[in-house]
Design a binder for this molecule. Structure first.
Ligand code: URA
Length: 246
């Protein structure tokens, strides 16, 4: 499903996904003026630093390095045209909240309300997320909220692997910029994309996993809770663990 590299895929599809993911990753590395990782190079080639012109020297993207700030990541994303979702979106939804948040909530993708307002989790599911955050003793402005995809999939369909591959590098940079103590992945797509697994959310939730050394708690998506209120108890157990870790 959300995992772009399913073993059961046909070889052509698999190759297409790999190339899309690799192209997005290399593109971002170039944009962020990062060294090309040694693993991308042929043996003996050595690590070369890719240098783009500095700010004001004819460059179209802002000059940002490995420790880029959230505004730098936003500036690099720009008026993103990296995948076809740009054609159907009203607003790109980057994310919002405390740039030094202890906890980052990562959802799936903007819905209709978020697409209209350019803000994450502002519809019915978002209102429930806000109530969960308040129940944790926090305010929305204390935490950071973002999504795997920055643009709404038409009709709220599931994100496609190639859309996740194109957008994910920006989420990675957001998480690096914030450096939270804990990440809370909301729902299947967020958990699968961040943990690179296909294990059902029902089995992932309830315990911490590691995302780049940061404790990550997968839990049910608030939209799922709206349809299955009985699962609120489990989400409450999950966020209590997040509170303890904070
Ligand atoms: N669902 C999500 O996953 N993200 C939003 O921003 C809104 C609804």
């Amino acid at each position: 499903m959300a995992d772009g590299l399913n073993v059961g895929c046909k070889p052509r599809e698999e190759l297409h996904k790999l190339v899309t993911a690799l192209r997005a990753r290399l593109q971002l590395d170039l944009e962020l003026n990062r060294a090309i990782p040694a693993s991308y190079l042929k043996k003996g080639e050595g690590v070369k630093k890719v240098c783009l012109p500095e700010r004001g020297q004819n460059r179209t993207e802002p000059a940002v390095g490995p420790g880029q700030s959230l505004p730098d990541v936003r500036a690099t994303l720009g008026d993103c045209q990296r995948c076809p979702l740009c054609k159907t979106r009203t607003n790109l939804v980057f994310g919002e909240g405390n740039i030094q948040a202890g906890v980052v909530f990562v959802g799936e993708a903007p819905g209709a309300d978020e697409d209209m307002q350019g803000r994450p989790f502002v519809g019915k599911a978002g209102q429930l997320l806000t109530r969960i955050i308040v129940a944790m003793g926090l305010q929305r402005q204390d935490v950071y909220i973002c999504n795997i995809l920055k643009c709404r999939p038409p009709g709220n369909r599931n994100p496609k692997p190639e859309e996740i591959a194109a957008c994910e590098p920006f989420l990675i940079r957001q998480l690096q910029a914030i450096g939270p103590k804990v990440i809370c992945a909301l729902g299947t797509f967020a958990a699968h994309a961040l943990l690179k697994t296909d294990v059902p959310i029902s089995l992932l939730r309830g315990r911490f996993h590691s995302y780049q050394g940061i404790p990550l708690m997968p839990t049910y998506h608030p939209a799922y809770l709206l349809r299955n209120p009985g699962a609120k108890k489990q989400v409450w157990e999950d966020v209590q663990q997040v509170m303890k870790a904070l």
